[in-house]
Design a protein. Structure first.
Length: 115
């Protein structure tokens, strides 16, 4: 399984950005899918996810600003980010899990927010 993440870039504070992650395997029956991020010197953390059994979950820092979505027809999971702030600067990773298998990770896409 390969996950290809794209959409990162350099934006100014207050602007928006959309990340997408395309899977080489159908996500229709995925157990969960979502986005994590890792800022310099910090641990990787959950940003937002879609869990098949329970719906969408967001980190407190993402609530009200970010929206996670899926497009089964394109095997894509996306993260729409608005009102970006310098603290959102990080490498963003997509993650998809099928059944009880290990999660698969995308290669990461860098988001840099300037003040």
């Amino acid at each position: 399984v390969q996950l290809q993440a794209y959409g990162g870039g350099l934006v100014q504070a207050g602007e928006s950005l959309r990340l997408s992650c395309t899977s080489s395997r159908s996500i229709f029956r995925a157990t969960s899918m979502g986005w994590y991020r890792q800022a310099p010197g910090k641990q990787r953390e959950l940003v937002a996810e879609i869990v098949s059994s329970s719906g969408k979950n967001y980190a407190d820092t993402a609530k009200g600003r970010f929206t996670v979505s899926r497009d089964n027809s394109k095997n894509t999971v996306s993260l729409q980010m608005t009102s970006l702030q310098p603290d959102d600067t990080a490498v963003y990773y997509c993650n998809v899990r099928w059944g009880l298998s290990s999660a698969f990770w995308g290669q990461g896409t860098l988001v840099t927010v300037s003040s």
